[in-house]
Design a protein around this ligand. Structure first.
Ligand SMILES: *[C@@H]1O[C@H](CO)[C@@H](O)[C@H](O)[C@H]1NC(C)=O
Ligand SMILES: *[C@@H]1O[C@H](CO)[C@@H](O)[C@H](O)[C@H]1NC(C)=O
Ligand SMILES: *[C@@H]1O[C@H](CO)[C@@H](O)[C@H](O)[C@H]1NC(C)=O
Ligand SMILES: *[C@@H]1O[C@H](CO)[C@@H](O)[C@H](O)[C@H]1NC(C)=O
Ligand SMILES: *[C@@H]1O[C@H](CO)[C@@H](O)[C@H](O)[C@H]1NC(C)=O
Ligand SMILES: *[C@@H]1O[C@H](CO)[C@@H](O)[C@H](O)[C@H]1NC(C)=O
Length: 561
């Protein structure tokens, strides 16, 4: 049981309700969102979409580092609903994370006010509906966190700044897809690709010749890695999930599920329209869609061949001298080389004026190595997916609430092991324990033939290495301990591994999941319980006063006596 010293609990009145422990000096932004069903036709057929304030995709959230975001979400669907915030760290406050392990669902006809602070963050992220298979129906949107006015940004202010949400898409509505998964079957491949919720040739971005624009591209899709490119234009990568990168030019960029990238493009071609192309990577057949980059004085429509996708990346191989790792990637059909080049610009600032390289993650010794291996199997004659042989079984009581109120019988710390066990897949409510302020190495081992993508809530971690084959201690010799990028979603190539370093400086119950959404739904996730017994609000906020209570937590009180 956590004892909250009463005199430390500071409450500030905002609107009609009380908000625990926010920083009074940081600005507030208020949002009121009505979540409804509505007909959408992104691929030409009518579907049941999930709209936010009538929009699909939902509205963008604009914010500045340290802003408090007060988002009152009204659930006008006929089933429970939750929104989660991909890449927003919610420091000391996993109660607001909006996943089933931390937050009670918003019942139909009810509302819940999320109280977030984008503390010490900059960059490009997105929100999405985390329950059931809602993500296949919309309910997602962009989140951008701008630097505070006097913090230098390592590039000139762009003429405009566009959110570009790309993702694969099914023509079926989410209830039909969920029913297939509930029956224990796999889903067939998606039907197409959307750009900002629209199918081929619809989405258009208007630019003026000679000016430079920022595109914040997030893959909000369900399973496919996507390649993004613009006819006759190159892109300068400047930011990855909150880190300013070494700025490099790309003619095309792979964006794996759940990942976000910012690029700058300069409208330096003649006045006409150009294709924007998004196509699936490593799939057979390839799914593709197009949008339009429209010059404001354009004299002609898009023309010429649609630019082809990457085979062997010339841009990338040219830079191999500076690459952090070289991967042998064997797809079903062909072998290609991929160079993972994304690096941090150590002299650029992040949310604060000091250089991003001032935190020397490579000088800190890790205290623990966790190896996570995916697997897929039938359990009780139904398709399931797991990590280290455990397929996650959700509970009615959010794990965070069970922990906070000290309710037994909901989960067991240590119900997933630190290393692959080699055993068969089984169901459990997987929770891994970890001590606050330890520094851990996590290796994702992918024995399968598909690209995996993993996301950790509550954190930005350092990407230290990737390579083909099976990870071993010797693999540390290829680690980048200098300028690996800090981000929250990492890809793992087929029959390969990716390694990250995580400073566990955020107490809470944090979801680690695959971004392959059907697999996530069928158990490929667990919770990392980052724990301290200090009981201090310096380490973790108390439960929000407006928290919804459900399951075995129903009879509890949010303000401790
Ligand atoms: C949400 O939208 C629905 C449909 O337009 C409407 O009936 C309902 O009153 C709205 N709820 C709120 C809280 O605005
Ligand atoms: C879901 O999709 C099916 C098949 O297209 C359709 O018949 C049904 O009306 C849809 N459901 C809703 C609630 O829109
Ligand atoms: C629901 O919305 C009302 C304002 O319309 C607000 O006072 C109340 O706190 C919200 N409920 C929750 C649980 O956040
Ligand atoms: C790194 O950031 C610095 C400081 O803003 C900037 O001057 C420099 O151009 C950037 N370098 C690269 C390679 O991105
Ligand atoms: C998109 O536009 C291109 C060029 O006009 C055309 O070839 C293609 O068929 C269009 N696709 C769709 C689905 O309309
Ligand atoms: C890390 O471990 C090495 C080898 O055990 C040791 O020599 C070094 O002092 C440690 N570094 C720090 C910062 O603790």
């Amino acid at each position: 049981m956590k004892i909250m010293p009463r005199n430390l609990a500071v409450f500030i009145t905002v609107g009609a309700f009380l908000i625990a422990i926010t920083c009074a000096e940081d600005p507030y932004r208020f949002f009121e969102w009505n979540v409804t069903y509505g007909d959408i036709y992104p691929l030409g057929v009518r579907q049941q979409g999930i709209l936010i304030n009538g929009k699909f995709p939902g509205p963008d959230i604009y914010s500045v580092t340290n802003d408090n975001l007060i988002i009152n979400v009204f659930n006008s669907l006929d089933e429970p609903f939750l929104i989660s915030w991909n890449g927003i760290q919610q420091r000391r406050n996993s109660f607001e994370d909006g996943v089933l392990g931390t937050t009670c669902p918003i019942p139909p006809g009810k509302n819940f006010t999320y109280i977030l602070q984008v503390k010490d963050q900059i960059g490009s992220f997105y929100y999405f509906p985390s329950l059931a298979f809602h993500k296949a129906a919309g309910g997602f949107g962009g989140i951008r966190i701008l630097s505070r006015p006097r913090i230098p940004v390592p590039f000139d202010e762009p003429a405009d700044d566009f959110t570009v949400l790309i993702g694969d898409w099914y023509k079926s509505n989410h209830t039909a897809l969920k029913a297939i998964l509930d029956r224990g079957h796999k889903l067939r491949n998606p039907d197409g690709i959307l750009i900002n919720g629209r199918g081929p040739n619809v989405t258009s971005f208007t630019v003026q010749k000679g000016k430079t624009y920022r595109l914040r591209i997030s893959n909000v899709g369900l399973q496919n890695s996507l390649n993004f490119r613009i006819q006759n234009h190159r892109m300068k990568l400047v930011e990855v999930e909150g880190t300013h990168t070494v700025q490099q030019m790309y003619s095309s960029l792979d964006i794996h599920c759940g990942q976000s990238y910012s690029v700058l493009i300069t409208a330096d071609q003649s006045d006409r329209d150009y294709y924007i192309v998004v196509s699936s990577r490593f799939t057979n057949p390839i799914l593709a869609t197009t949008g339009v980059l429209h010059y404001s004085n354009s004299a002609s429509k898009v023309s010429g061949p649609i630019p082809g996708g990457p085979t062997i990346q010339v841009d990338w191989s040219l830079n191999q001298a500076r690459s952090i790792s070289k991967l042998a990637y064997s797809a079903n059909l062909k072998v290609s080389l991929i160079y993972n080049l994304v690096r941090t610009n150590l002299t650029a600032s992040g949310p604060r004026p000091n250089p991003q390289g001032s935190y020397h993650y490579g000088m800190i010794n890790t205290t623990r190595t966790i190896i996570i291996q995916s697997s897929a199997a039938q359990v009780n004659k139904k398709q399931r997916y797991g990590l280290n042989s455990v397929s996650f079984k959700p509970t009615d009581t959010p794990l965070k609430l069970a922990d906070y109120f000290n309710i037994g019988g909901v989960f067991r710390v240590g119900s997933i092991s630190d290393k692959p066990t080699g055993g068969g897949l089984y169901l459990d409510t997987a929770v891994m324990g970890a001590d606050y302020r330890t520094f851990v190495e996590i290796v994702f081992q992918n024995p399968e033939d598909i690209v995996m993508s993993y996301h950790l809530d509550g954190y930005q971690f350092f990407v230290v290495g990737m390579d083909g084959g099976v990870w071993s201690k010797g693999s540390r010799n290829v680690y980048n301990l200098r300028d690996g990028v800090a981000r929250s979603t990492i890809q793992v190539y087929p029959k390969s591994w990716s390694a990250i370093y995580v400073p566990l400086d955020n107490v809470g119950m944090w979801n680690l999941r695959t971004e392959f959404w059907a697999r996530q739904y069928l158990g490929q996730q667990f919770y990392l319980r980052v724990y301290t017994n200090s009981g201090s609000i310096r380490d973790e906020f108390p439960i929000p006063k407006n928290a919804r209570l459900c399951g075995k937590a129903s009879g509890q009180h949010t303000r401790p006596l």
